[in-house]
Design a protein around this ligand. Sequence first.
Ligand SMILES: Cc1cc2nc3c(=O)[nH]c(=O)nc-3n(C[C@H](O)[C@H](O)[C@H](O)COP(=O)(O)OP(=O)(O)OC[C@H]3O[C@@H](n4cnc5c(N)ncnc54)[C@H](O)[C@@H]3O)c2cc1C
Length: 302
Amino acid sequence: MSLERLANLSRSIGCDVKEYANMSELTSFRIGGPADLLITADNPEQVLQVRRFCAELGVPLLFIGNGTNLLVSDKGIRGAVLRLDGKNAKPEIRDGLVLCHAGVPLKTLCRFARDNGLSGLEFGYGIPGTVGGAVYMNAGAYGGQVSDVIVWADAVFPDGEIKRLSRDEMQLGYRKSAFMESKAIVVAAAFKLNPDDPKAIGGRMEEFMRLRREKQPLEYPSAGSFFKRPEGHFAGALIDNCGLRGFSVGGAQVSSKHCGFIINAGNATCSDVLSLAEKVADIVYSKFGVKLEREVCFVGEE
Ligand SMILES: Cc1cc2nc3c(=O)[nH]c(=O)nc-3n(C[C@H](O)[C@H](O)[C@H](O)COP(=O)(O)OP(=O)(O)OC[C@H]3O[C@@H](n4cnc5c(N)ncnc54)[C@H](O)[C@@H]3O)c2cc1C
């Protein structure tokens, strides 16, 4: 692995590069060992270039958004972690579509839509990831999901090309997208929204936020709902019905506020979380015969 060469090349095209970046500071779970290299790009061209450098130098590459659906190994990440910083980017309206850089926080995009009297993204207001992460996961809540409003996305493919995918080509399903298999990095997306009164849109956004604060353990580090919703059931209700509310392994705990969340109740390690999740899934399976599948993405060395 030629990490030093990768660091130099990435700096030469204007990326920010940090060695031994602590992944616990880059994830909402606050868990994970160090990444050898953290590269921060701020435009699609840099993402494309870094991807090429990694391929040429044989350095493994992990792309991350805001780290809000990630569980990182205690051993950390060997190779490079790349992220796309959207702090200088602003959504814009063109030809009746809302266009957005993938590194922009989803919340910022939702506010932009509201301020321009455009409805359809209210569901996403409390989802703490980036626009790119939301497209990759087909994030959703309160009856809405990305697939309802997305028109196209531009992505950097492993062959080093940027391609535009239509909604159909993205094959968006429940917390699923074609990007998971193609390993393409979403760099921009366009949404079709409907005109509505900004006050009414804002009212719905605030109501969804209120519901989150009331029902979710937002006061603890977590990665949101740990398991996917099994067909015909709710993971949280199954876990609760097994008497597992508050059940813990080390610092990882089934939230007593919302059993679908595993929280970092204090100094939890990745192994604590994995071991708790396995126990919970085993107990739920033996009691109800329902298999719980992880929604949270585990990354790094087992
Ligand atoms: C308190 C809390 C509440 C949450 N509520 C919800 C909810 O209601 N609904 C919901 O769906 N999710 C929810 N989540 C989970 C999470 O916020 C979403 O899955 C979000 O879309 C992840 O975006 P991210 O930018 O943080 O991605 P990350 O967590 O950084 O990455 C997640 C995965 O996406 C990939 N990825 C990220 N960006 C890109 C990109 N641009 N191109 C290609 N791949 C990419 C990463 O490689 C990784 O595999 C919640 C999380 C928390 C902590």
